[in-house]
Design a protein around this ligand. Sequence first.
Ligand SMILES: [Zn+2]
Ligand SMILES: [Zn+2]
Length: 80
Amino acid sequence: MRSYSHSDADVVGVCKSGGNGVCNACIASTEYGVSCSESCTRCLKEERALHESFTKRLSGVWRGMKAVVFIAFGAIAFRL
Ligand SMILES: [Zn+2]
Ligand SMILES: [Zn+2]
C-alpha cells in the first residue's frame, strides 16, 4: 500500500478519520489517533468531544437507573 499523498512512499499508518494510508512524511500522530491532515485531526477532535459528551450523558442515565432500582428494591423489601 502506498501513501495517499505520496505515491512513491510506503504506508506506515492509516488515517483514523478518512481511512487514507499515510507515510512517514505525512503521518500526523495526534492524541486522537493517526491523522493525514489538519482537517482530519479536527474531525477526530470533534468525534472525541462528541463521544465524551455522550459517555457523560450515558453515565448520568445509568446513575439515575440505579437510583430507581434501589428505590424499587427498597419498596419491595419494605412490603415484605
Ligand atoms: Zn485523513
Ligand atoms: Zn505520504
